[in-house]
Design a protein around this ligand. Structure first.
Ligand SMILES: Nc1ncnc2c1ncn2[C@@H]1O[C@H](COP(=O)(O)OP(=O)(O)OP(=O)(O)O)[C@@H](O)[C@H]1O
Ligand SMILES: [Mg+2]
Length: 488
């Protein structure tokens, strides 16, 4: 069992983590300082807020790490979008609108000259406007209509600003219903200049592509970090599973430290701990077996010596004492050895219970009431489990009066077995004490029942090594109720 020791990784800590540690120290000092000198109401509010936030935070490491990645990204995106919208987009729209306003005013200036005929003016204005991407015509004065620009549209107001900056000619701006176009009318020499153009000529139109790209990239990055984070968390889950299996006495197969340095350190620490524990158990077992063996040799000598003595009342007493000591030693060594070496195997719990009842309860004339619900096929250490059931059923048969009730149930990942009898039961104050090795109540009760007082200690040992436990209490049938719960 004792293999070559695995070298545990030395605590190599980089300069960055040392710096972070110093930062931790500093914030701890600040916290202590603030909490010492801040009013109590404030302190309580602070603690309350902390608890409230904690309740809403994800509980798993994956969720928390993801939050640590996603929240800063969202903040960054919001800030970027805000700055972009505020500065870049408005600036570009302003430049575009200003350029269009300049072109319109230029056309208006041409249309306003006195030196040309109406036809010449119309031709020059139309062809120049066409070159600029604008639809331009000069309409009769009657088309002036009502020159209004009451719109709050940002493009309208920027266009208006651009025009007002250059000329004092009266003008109107309105949206045309079709095709997202804008129309500007301006009063010029002998008519009305009408300029019509696509809205995106004066407007940074495709800014939302920026948003779409940003959101899609962010989602993609979150997805990628999710995959990487999961890989970081898997070794921790494996370590937890290994520690759990070890705690339940199941074999820990193929577990090797992997993942980030800290996780590997924890895994090495776990492996070291497991090895030390196993060594300790082994040492204890070997020592107790040795002691038991030595004492048994002496007892055998003792018995042989007794056999040579003449028969009498005193020698008979001595002989029965020696026999009792031998039985105790046997039980003790058995207990110390335990069943830790036994490998878990698939077995039928229901059949084992029925078998124990048949062997231990029926021969002494107890009526048996036994039920089992759920699937009885489980992977347990068969001999140990049998010993557990046999000890409890044996107690019920030994201390009960006429009947034994055994109720087994497998539900929601747990196997529970309840053994009850109609005997004297155990007083509340002794319910924990009877689990101690060699602890018996019979002396006080003046009962002359054989036994060493190891049964319940062994039973609890077995239950705990399977990751479960035993509880004792009063039964409605008048005697003791022993409840075994094992993870299934
Ligand atoms: N069903 C029961 N009803 C009343 N008392 C009980 C019952 N089971 C156990 N006890 C009390 O608890 C004590 C400890 O029980 P435990 O099974 O550990 O030892 P034991 O039965 O005396 O000996 P062993 O089981 O080692 O042969 C018993 O001596 C007995 O006084
Ligand atoms: Mg017993």
């Amino acid at each position: 069992m004792t293999g070559t020791p695995v070298p545990e990784p030395s605590e190599r800590r980089g300069r960055i983590s040392a710096g972070l540690d110093r930062l931790d120290d500093f914030t701890r000092h600040v916290r202590v300082f603030v909490s010492r000198y801040s009013p109590r109401v404030l302190r309580r509010a602070w603690v309350g807020t902390g608890h409230a936030i904690n309740r809403w935070l994800p509980k798993g490491l994956l969720g928390r790490s993801l939050l640590i990645v996603v929240v800063p990204m969202l903040i960054l995106l919001s800030v970027l979008t805000g700055v972009f919208m505020d500065r870049h987009w408005i600036l570009v729209t302003q430049r575009l609108s200003d350029a269009v306003a300049g072109q319109i005013v230029g056309l208006a200036t041409i249309a306003d000259t006195n030196d040309l005929t109406d036809l010449q003016r119309a031709a020059i204005v139309a062809s120049t406007g066409g070159a600029m991407g604008l639809n331009v015509e000069i309409m009769p004065t009657s088309e002036i209509g009502r020159l209004r620009r009451s719109s709050t549209d940002i493009v309208h107001s920027m266009l208006a600003d651009g025009i007002l900056k250059r000329t004092h000619m009266p003008f109107s701006i309105r949206d045309l219903k079709d095709d997202n176009r804008i129309e500007v009318r301006m009063v010029v020499h002998g008519g009305v200049l009408r300029v019509e153009f696509a809205r995106n000529l004066a407007y940074a139109a495709n800014w939302h592509f920026f948003l779409v790209w940003m959101v899609c990239t962010a989602l993609f990055l979150v997805l990628v970090s999710l995959i990487f984070l999961r890989n970081q968390i898997k070794p921790i889950e494996r370590l937890a599973a290994a520690a759990d299996a070890f705690g339940r006495g199941r074999p820990v197969e193929g577990f090797a430290p992997s993942g980030a340095r800290e996780v590997r350190q924890a895994a090495h620490a776990f492996i070291g701990m497991r090895r030390r524990l196993e060594r300790q158990i082994e040492q204890r077992t070997t020592m107790l077996a040795g002691v038991g063996h030595d004492l048994k040799t002496i007892l055998t000598r003792f018995r042989l010596g007794l056999a040579l003595l003449p028969e009498g009342e005193e020698t008979a007493d001595l002989r029965s004492d020696v026999a009792e000591m031998e039985a105790m030693l046997e039980a003790y060594v058995d207990f110390a050895r335990g069943d830790a070496d036994e490998a878990p195997q698939p077995m039928d719990v229901e059949a084992t219970i029925a078998d124990c009842l048949r062997q231990m309860a029926e021969p002494v004339g107890r009526t048996v009431h036994s039920t089992f619900t759920g699937d009885g096929a489980l992977t347990l250490r068969p001999t140990a489990f049998r010993r557990l059931i046999a000890n409890l059923v044996g107690n019920a048969a030994r201390y009960g009066r006429s009947a034994i009730w055994v109720t087994g149930e497998r539900r929601e990942g747990w196997l529970s077995i309840v053994v009850e009898d109609d005997g004297p039961g155990i007083p509340d104050s002794e319910l924990e004490a009877v689990f101690r090795p060699f602890y018996r109540l019979d002396a006080a009760r003046n009962q002359d029942v054989p036994g060493t007082g190891l049964g319940l200690a062994i039973a609890r040992d077995v239950a705990r090594s399977h990751g479960g436990d035993i509880e004792l209490g009063p039964s409605p049938h008048g005697g003791l109720k022993a409840t075994i719960r094992l993870p299934a």
